[in-house]
Write a protein that binds this ligand. Structure first.
Ligand code: NAP
Length: 283
């Protein structure tokens, strides 16, 4: 069997077109959806990510403002700025780019964002809303993964899903989303004994580890759906995921590539959360 590829670029393009349509409709009512991205310090990767977020927003008609502050900004000044943004009705989404400088408590900063504007979905309120099945903002990466499963029409009900990785922004919310779709979910992590025994039972595998070749062909049940969240570099310095793509492709039914899989979906889902925030705020 050769797996079908789930094309994240193509799906993300369709999602951006949907966002554009929703943005146009809001603008026709005089509302300009507005995302503010706060970048503290000069981490090179963060500079690239925030630039992408601004470009993606502007290309779908959303207004995006990048606020840059030096690494020396005090935590209290950042908290004060977030307080002002929370109260500004022309701002619908607030995203504080992580990581923050060492002298700041990222948890405290994220908790300062109004849950109504938490388009990254990292606030405890957002996590709680996901846990109890209430409306909130879902973190972009697992949300994008779920949209990929929807795209192929995959019915998760009663299926075995294995999520490898338990971070607060990917693994845990992914598991909750799969559970919300009535899958039977196993979360694996670095202390899991015999990972292969779990993955071999899985109809769906989501790998969110950050290590190459965590999932290889002999770990995958024939026909399974394999979603690769990982972002790593191979020996040639090229971007690759956690999954041995060439090997697993021969066994899986569906597979996401890296690059061109979860990455563009993550970017697209931020736009979805932002337009959603603007629509909720406008009633
Ligand atoms: P993280 O916070 O470092 O979490 C990694 C998880 O992997 C941890 O739960 C860890 O277990 C587990 N793990 C480590 N080694 C393992 C092993 N050998 N077997 C099983 N589990 C193992 O990372 P993250 O933020 O969730 O990100 C994960 C990956 O996704 C990274 O490569 C990141 O760059 C990528 N990512 C991609 C996107 C995208 O848009 N494509 C977005 C976000 C993240 P413990 O909890 O026991 O330590």
């Amino acid at each position: 069997m050769t797996a079908q590829i789930i094309d994240g670029n193509a799906l993300a393009a369709r999602i951006r077109a949907e966002v554009q349509g929703r943005t146009d409709a809001l603008k026709a009512r005089g509302i300009v959806p507005h995302l503010v991205i706060v970048l503290v310090g000069d981490d090179p990767a963060s500079q690239v990510y925030t630039k992408h977020k601004v470009n993606d927003s502007e290309q779908t008609g959303l207004k995006a403002t990048l606020e840059r502050y030096p690494a020396t900004l005090s935590e209290s000044d950042l908290l004060e700025r977030i307080r002002v943004l929370n109260g500004d009705s022309s701002v619908h989404g607030i995203l504080v780019q992580l990581p923050l400088p060492k002298h700041m408590d990222a948890h405290k900063v994220i908790e300062a964002i109004s849950p109504a504007k938490d388009v990254d979905g990292f606030h405890v309120s957002s996590a709680g809303a996901l846990m109890v099945g209430q409306p909130g903002f879902w973190p972009c990466t697992p949300h994008g993964c779920l949209r990929m499963l929807d795209e192929i029409g995959y019915d998760l009900k009663g299926r075995n899903a294995v999520v490898i990785g338990r971070s607060n922004i990917v693994g845990k919310p992914m598991a909750m989303m799969l559970l919300g779709r009535n899958a039977t979910v196993t979360i694996c992590h670095s202390q899991t004994r015999d990972l292969r025994a779990h993955t071999l039972q899985a109809d769906v595998i989501v790998a969110a580890v950050g290590k190459r070749n965590v999932v290889t062909a002999e770990m995958v049940k024939p026909g399974a759906v394999v979603i690769d969240v990982g972002m790593n570099r191979n020996d040639a310095g090229k971007l690759c995921g956690d999954v041995d793509f060439e090997g697993v492709k021969q066994v899986a039914g569906w597979i996401t590539p890296v690059p061109g899989g979860v990455g563009p979906m993550t970017r697209a889902m931020l736009l979805v959360n932002t337009i959603e925030a603007a629509q909720r705020a406008s009633g």
